[in-house]
Design a protein around this ligand. Sequence first.
Ligand code: SER
Length: 919
Amino acid sequence: MNFKKVSEVRKIFLDYFKEKGHTVVPSSSLLPAGDPTLLFTTAGMVQFKPLFTGAVELPYTRATSAQKCLRTTDLENVGKTERHCTFFEMLGNFSFGDYFKEEAIEYALDCSVNHLGFPKEKIWITVFENDDEAEKIWLSKGIPKERITRLGKKDNFWGPAGDSGACGPCSELYLDRGPEKALPDCGVKYECKPGCDCDRFLEFWNIVFNQFNQDTEGNLHPLKQTGIDTGSGLERVALLLQGVDSVYDTDELRGIIGEVEKISGKTYNESTKVPFRVITDHIRSVLFTVSDGIYPDRTGRGYVIRRLIRRAVLFARKLDLKEPFLYKLAKSVCDIYKERYPELEKHISSVERTLLAEEELFLKTLEIGLEKIEVLVSKTKSEGSNTFSGKDSFLLYGTYGFPAEMTEEIVAEHGLSFDKKGFEEELEKDRQSSRETWKANKVSLFTGIKTDKTQFLGYDVLEAESDLKFIFSDNKQTSTLKEGESGVLVFSSSPFYPEGGGQVGDIGFIRKDGSVFKVLDTQKENDIILHIGTVLSGNFSDGDKAILEVEKERREKLKFHHSGTHLLNGALRNLLGNHVLQKGSIVSPEYLRFDFSHPSPLSVEEIRNIESWVNESIVRHIPVDTKVLPIEEAKKTGAVAAFDEKYGDSVRVLQMGDRSLEFCGGTHVGNTGDIGYFFIKKESSPGAGNRRIEAVAGPLVVETFQNRFAELTEAVQNLNLKIKDELGEEGSSLSIKTTIPGPDEIRSLFESKGADAVVTLRDLSEKLSVELEETQSKFLKEKKNRESRDFENNPDIIAKVFENSKVIGTAKIVSAIFESKDAKALKGLSDNIKVREKEIVAILASKNAEDASIVITCSSSLVGKIHCGELVKTACEILGGKGGGKPDMAQGGGKEVSKVEEAVRSALEKASSSLNGGK
Ligand code: SER
């Protein structure tokens, strides 16, 4: 085999399939566009999911791509094995109702042997246990039977990606690397085959024969059009072609390792390879995900990114990297990939900023967390237990920022198992929040104590040194707080913002030499700032000097939401009128909520105008001014005061040009332009004649739209699919064809248009929601029409009606009872029946969910003898309802569904008697 660089492999693959008529499609974002159930793009086929199921019009029937993917299921193995990676690139060729098994197999063999250069005689194959067809094709291509293995569902059935979608049996190509690779861990020595866990056979290509669509309940439905989904891990193929044992020794990953060597000053070798590989993999993953706009966070996708960063920081200690370093590494990794993935360079500064902030945050507690873990592990062992308790892992998570999975990995090294359930129970308990309990039991700490107010420094700085003046524990004053104890610290000055004016309190750290206090909340009593939290290490005593550090990223988000709230208030008063009074607000990192007096719900138009007014204020880049004025003077400015606040002798007045003027002690942006964007998510009523607006501001707006459009995409695709399934090609005029922007497009739109993007995207999402609703009802109507058409013209049904006929002289009476048919359907059927006989009376009824309906018709020649209106009237009396009509056609119904038989019988008897001349 000839050595080939990763970039060459990528090119050979894509060129090959291009030449075979495939459209080369760029990699999609790591944030899946239309699948809210899938955290990340995990395979090449993810962006093509709707093409496989037929939910969208096909732009092409053959495609090929090199897709960036992220899989974190085996995260704890990454670095410790030769081949596990979280981020990888997947090469793929795809067919949507175009070619199937024969060509897919042909292409796989031709590309790997004649273009990539794998020796055919070393290629082994697996097929799904009952896939005779695939085996036959491989045989016909010259792969001998002894090199074909059949495996079961676990190995040879793939998909779907996420909760639902295309899936099917698969067939894999393996390379035999020689028996020497089998030892020492191969159970069957030299006789193993693909499927054996040893290293001899390495899978490098997987062809999925997509035949089914799995629904969210796990049921498989045959796909209307079969498809091909191939996945070939680029790093794996490169490993084989470069003749190395580990993906980390392929050229591009080796390049990253080289950068880690430079930064750490350590050499990559057998004893250092684990931390090198962990860092190499994780930096690549976070560079790509953060570039795609997925930021570290407490939950969801962001939590996975946080775990990756923290795991890299943890392993970096083994290379003596104890200061932030990932943010420096990002640029050199970006340089390796930027040509193929230009988005990396475009977002590099945001990646660097994000990484630095995350690293700094975690490094604050890492050291003491690790010491704590040692103590807890010894304690667990000395108690004779081999399970690390949920309570202890929660302590590490809540106070030291150790992701649970990381703790699990660390304690496993000490031979302990991990109580996952216990951890989750603790997490749940915490959600009921100790913070709330503190507030509920809030007692005055300063009764009988005279002291000056705390000087608040947090408008200008987020870090400051100050003197510790008071310590409280269990609501009582004390002189020292020791490791593990919780309490309240009071300093002479502080950058920590105490909850007030709707803005939640800051969190962060207070440190002194080796001692660390974690601030979980900040409150105030009169003007004294209370730092509420726990001592993580060391102890704190009266008179100590300490450094107080507020968590920066969180404060950023608070500032966008607080300034956004002021502009919202300004918009409401300007657009709705000065009767609008603030009735309470919440300014949190996640969102803002604003309650105000207003008599009626806001119209869609009003909401849009309010939002635009705020965004316009952002676009104008208005400087935010603050002045502290004596209260009387402040009142003269006409500034708006919040309804639930008490004001002292002097107040802070915050002004945003002519857009907002309010009394406010909160923390804000320096210029309205810093907010970036503002979006109203919801308008409702909290009761008592007030209205409530919930909104987001800053970068969260982008994420909110990405999520909203992912949900819309899924809903549109599901509906289109349903239409296609139930109405066939005729339904295609109904299906929704509006183009829905994906996560990348949404982000670019914000980058290019700023706050104006909000209007564009709001318009589009509203239009889509309306279109969805309208299409759904059109579809249901059409479905019903179709059902009644099928019912009316169904020869079996007509024959059945005639089975039940009574002949009286030259006339015939037919009757039938159906289920869930409306009068229109019954009428349609009766028209079809009437044309079949000269003299006929048809009595047709239906039992429906809530009522019964009846239609009676007769041939015009019988009019005079029969009066359908009268017959229906008789029947409807029995049904407990009403009905009537003309002599030859009448209809009615009633609620007494159980009496349908009786009603039909009675109409039938009456008709017979009329035909018999009243006898
Ligand atoms: N979807 C399959 C896989 O990920 C083939 O592309 O292996």
